[in-house]
Design a protein around this ligand. Structure first.
Ligand code: NAD
Ligand code: 6OD
Length: 477
């Protein structure tokens, strides 16, 4: 299915088309319509109208049934979704088929369950000296925020889009979504599935296009938008927040990271190495949760670096960077690391495959050592298949190094000492801390970051809270 906007229940390709490239071989594989301002306006208008119509009158049971039909619809077209995600991102098919698409289905099912089972609070109140019974009943109902803008990135396109669309719809909002300009395909398929699931026109709208000075910015700064849920780079979050400030629009932000792993001398080293291969190199490091800083207790530093480097040199089935521009950015950090004095213990360049991938946007999985904590390579998010490994001496130093970052999204602690695990985890300034594992997800748990990594929490009830407004009703009895 070719990328198209979905506005007020109809597909349209209005707008100048821009090319879509395959990250695997660099060839042009399609074209995407850039939504002009009037298409964004029409989408916001359609969403507002839907809230005033049948969509605004749906019960939570009806919405949850619709969410389940959407999940079933994605499942019925599973292979099509996998193929589209692989074509847009170049990620290994196995990753799309075991993580991205199943999680998108899971997002709709889990928010259907959560929204349906959600209790509300009531407070019986007694006021001594009041006339009558002296009693009142306070109860809280939640109402949707209204029209919500959802802006998502290219790394886990369908997973991160549905992670917000599902709770937004479950809570009764009308959505205008803008996926990344790099990965429009599964979002378009999702619109088709939503259409087939029978949502009223305007409840879900989709516009394609770029971010700054384009569809993304028009949407985020639109006066008709009541809330913005955004996942992407921290600098983009800053720009969106400026526009949102004009209308005091609430935001939920999931932003960048420079995530630390702490490997203590008592860790199961083989497990820590294997875990770090996953946490640093899954999807070629293009997951916001990926580890880019590894700190290893000094007595096991050499052993860890040798084992990690050997595993990383052997990596084969890895995907490309999303674009030529992003590949160039990652390679510029590989060069910067060397200028800053790093030792490159694995990778550091561009691989040669001898096939069509040589025209694609690949970089080698890379392990660095030897940089000071102040190096830009250690401080700035690279978002590629690279980690820097440095030693530490004791627990306090490990925590200090982990926290010495402008970001605070996720961290990983590798230790077999249970007391240490419980001591260290809460001291790490991050929204998510994994102990002896990485990216083990339970969709009911809070997800988000501190410092430059975001504002607010999503996941489970946290998302339903963001996408709705509590209203207290006080009834005198
Ligand atoms: P990006 O910020 O460049 O783009 C994300 C989305 O925002 C795209 O749809 C883009 O078109 C849009 N956009 C860009 N500028 C805009 C503007 N001025 N106004 C409105 N919309 C705008 O990010 P990216 O390159 O697509 O993704 C990579 C970044 O996302 C990394 O920094 C990564 O850490 C972060 N990320 C964070 C999480 C998380 O959960 N914390 C998840 C995934 C990615
Ligand atoms: O697993 C999730 O729910 C989630 N939001 C993952 C984000 C990954 C970032 O790239």
């Amino acid at each position: 299915m070719k990328p198209a906007h979905y506005v007020n229940g109809a597909f349209t390709t209005t707008g100048t088309a821009f090319p879509l490239f395959s990250p695997v071989d660099g060839s042009q594989v399609g074209a995407v319509p850039e939504a002009p301002r009037d298409v964004v306006d029409a989408a916001v208008r359609a969403a507002r109208t839907a809230l005033a119509g049948p969509w605004g009158r749906t019960s939570v049971e009806e919405r949850c049934s619709m969410l389940r039909r959407i999940a079933d619809g994605i499942e019925a077209r599973f292979d099509e979704f996998v193929a589209a995600e692989v074509a847009d991102t170049g990620k290994p098919r196995e990753l799309a088929a075991t993580v991205d698409i199943p999680r998108a289905i899971g997002n709709f099912r889990s928010y259907a369950d959560l929204a349906y089972g959600r209790p509300e609070r009531a407070y019986p109140t007694t006021v001594p000296g009041w006339s009558g019974s002296g009693q009142a009943l306070n109860y809280t109902v939640r109402r949707p925020l209204g029209v919500v803008a959802i802006i998502s990135p290219w790394n886990l396109p369908l997973l991160l889009l549905t992670w917000k669309v599902a709770p937004a719809l479950a809570a009764g909002n009308a959505v205008v979504a803008k996926p990344s300009e790099e990965t429009p395909s599964t979002a378009t398929l999702l619109a088709a599935v939503i259409d087939e699931a029978g949502l009223p026109a305007g409840a879900f709208n989709l516009v394609h296009g770029h971010g700054a000075n384009a569809a993304g910015e028009h949407l985020a700064s639109h006066p008709g938008v009541d809330a913005i849920a955004f996942t992407g780079a921290s600098a983009t979050g800053t720009a969106i927040m400026r526009g949102a400030a004009d209308h005091v629009t609430p935001v939920s932000f999931e932003l960048g990271g420079k995530n630390a792993a702490l490997v203590f001398a008592d860790a199961d080293l083989a497990e820590a190495v294997e875990g770090t291969v996953r946490s640093s190199f899954t999807h070629s490091g293009q997951i916001c949760l990926c580890t880019e800083r590894v700190y290893v207790q000094r007595s096991r530093f050499e052993e860890f670096v040798d084992a990690l480097a050997e595993r990383v040199r052997a990596l084969q089935d890895y995907g490309p960077m999303i674009s030529a521009e992003h590949r160039d950015k990652v390679l510029s950090y590989y060069r910067l690391a060397v200028e800053e004095g790093a030792t490159v213990v694995a990778g550091g360049g561009v691989p040669s495959f001898g096939d069509e991938r040589d025209g694609g946007f690949y970089v080698e999985p890379t392990v660095l050592t030897g940089l000071p904590q102040t190096a830009r390579t250690v401080r700035e998010e690279i978002f590629g298949p690279v980690c820097h490994v440095a030693p530490f001496d004791d627990e306090d130093e490990a925590v200090r190094l982990a926290n010495d970052s402008p970001y605070g999204l996720a961290a990983t602690v590798w230790t077999t000492d249970l007391s240490r695990a419980h001591r260290v985890a809460p001291r790490v300034e991050a929204g998510i801390v994994w102990v002896n594992c990485w990216n083990l997800r339970d969709l009911r748990t809070p997800f988000g970051g501190v410092k430059a990594s975001g504002i607010g929490r999503e996941g489970g009830e946290y998302s339903l809270d963001f996408f709705s407004e509590p209203v207290n009703v006080c009834v005198k009895i």
